[in-house]
Design a protein around this ligand. Structure first.
Ligand SMILES: NC(=O)c1ccc[n+]([C@@H]2O[C@H](COP(=O)([O-])OP(=O)(O)OC[C@H]3O[C@@H](n4cnc5c(N)ncnc54)[C@H](OP(=O)(O)O)[C@@H]3O)[C@@H](O)[C@H]2O)c1
Length: 396
């Protein structure tokens, strides 16, 4: 790990909605002596963010502000060269993310982001994983609500099950929350690039090694009533199953034959049908240039749910795991998933990479592969809940 750097952590994108919340999180929770800085393309906006941070912690009056723009690779390389860990909230990542990943991979600098965009993650594997392995950089995508709670939740679940037996885990997410402009733009971008995403996934599958002596797969599942949880289970093709199965491929603890399925859990069938119709309409509208332009113009960068709205937001993910003669139900739960919890997860992930004693890894790695128990411990100690709801029953 690089130790001869000016900063332990640089937060890139601190002027945005989620970046601002992450900066506030670090202002409240960074241990004394942590050398950190915020970065962005607009020095005036960065100075205004710092004023907000000084109101939280007066000692941050001298917090360094680094100017860097995605369109200027040299500015990103300068940030990467100065930092041990760079966390980026500059998205949509498929448009803005690659230059910083390239700079961190080349400089041997650990990199974190909030990408929920499978196309971006696959392209970064294809283009920068090998270089990061060579330099020792850890490239950890999806360190927000996508996908740390799912990744760590499954990790927590398999640890309740016997070792060395086939394991299946089904995850059911429920949430009450609103999203920001950045999330909205990233989702629209992903919906408008399904062909490119499939191509990147295919190219990755063709070159990525698989475990030689173990089986790991993501099942698709179908719309059904879950008897275990009394919800309608709706197959949810987010990036979460990809992250979970990559962790499973990397770690023997997931057993000789592991399968994960990802669902939204919905109480009422009418909600399932309304959500399906809404999503279908969005996918249709984003395919046509005039309606796509109109949709993208609906929210401006920097906007997001108010503190009051976030305080009323919540999420819970329940996992039903079976292995051998055991069946267990676990839960990961917290507050506002998209922003308050995401800022907490990204902030703690940055602290974890910078400060904790972790297993040696490099290249593109998942949150569990890079940080596993250390991040689980950190998130539990700052208020995310990981618990066993029901254990020991025989599989139904
Ligand atoms: N994984 C998750 O669960 C999760 C949760 C929340 C957000 N996210 C993702 O995080 C990303 C940010 O969301 P958000 O709501 O915070 O977005 P946002 O408010 O629009 O912030 C975007 C940030 O990107 C910066 N930026 C844009 N172009 C740039 C460039 N050329 N050079 C340098 N910086 C540039 C903006 O800087 P300016 O201020 O100068 O414009 C701003 O700081 C999105 O991709 C979103 O999907 C993921």
């Amino acid at each position: 790990m690089a130790t001869d750097r000016a900063y332990d952590i640089v937060l890139f994108g601190a002027t945005g909605f989620t970046g601002g919340l992450t900066a506030e999180y670090l202002a409240r929770h960074a241990p004394p002596g942590l050398r950190w800085a915020i970065a962005g393309r607009n020095p005036d906006k960065l100075a205004r963010v710092r004023e907000r941070l000084v109101a939280i912690e007066p000692a941050l009056v001298g917090l360094p502000l680094l100017t860097a723009d995605v369109t200027d690779p040299a500015s990103l390389r300068a940030v990467a060269d100065e930092a041990r860990v760079v966390a980026s909230t500059v998205g949509p990542y498929v448009h803005h993310g690659e230059p910083l990943v390239a700079a961190c991979a080349a400089a041997g600098t650990d990199y974190l982001d909030l990408a929920g965009e499978p196309e971006f993650v696959d392209l970064m594997y294809l283009r920068h994983h090998a270089e990061a392995v060579r330099t020792g950089a850890r490239l950890v995508h999806s360190c927000g609500f996508d996908s740390a709670p799912h990744d760590l939740g499954v990790w927590f679940t398999i640890k309740q099950l016997p070792a060395d037996v086939p394991i299946t885990v089904d995850g059911y997410v429920q949430a009450g929350a609103r999203f920001s402009a950045g999330t909205y733009h990233s989702v629209l971008t992903a919906f408008s690039r399904t062909r490119q995403a499939s191509r990147a996934a295919r190219e990755r599958r063709a070159v990525e090694p698989r475990p030689a002596d173990r089986r790991v797969r993501a099942g698709s599942g179908r719309l059904a009533r879950s008897r275990d949880l009394s919800v309608w289970s709706v197959p949810l093709p987010t990036i979460d199953p990809q992250v979970v199965t990559r962790s499973a491929a990397a770690r023997p603890e997931y057993g000789p034959d592991f399968r994960y399925r990802n669902f939204a859990g919905m109480k009422r069938l009418s909600t399932v049908l309304a959500a399906g119709a809404g999503l279908g309409a969005l996918v249709g509208l984003v395919a046509l240039p005039p309606t796509r332009r109109w949709l993208f113009g609906r929210l401006a960068s920097g906007q997001g749910p108010s503190a009051e709205r976030r305080a009323r937001s919540w999420f819970r993910i329940r996992f039903v795991g079976t292995g051998g003669d055991r069946r267990v139900i676990t839960e990961v739960a917290g507050g506002d998933p998209g922003y308050d919890e995401t800022a907490r997860i990204l902030g703690e992930s940055a602290l974890c990479l910078a400060l904790d004693d972790l297993p040696p890894t490099s290249g593109q790695v998942t949150p569990v592969t890079a940080m596993g128990d250390a991040l689980l411990h950190r998130l539990t100690s700052v208020g995310l809940t990981f618990r066993v709801l029901d254990e020991g029953g025989a599989p139904s």
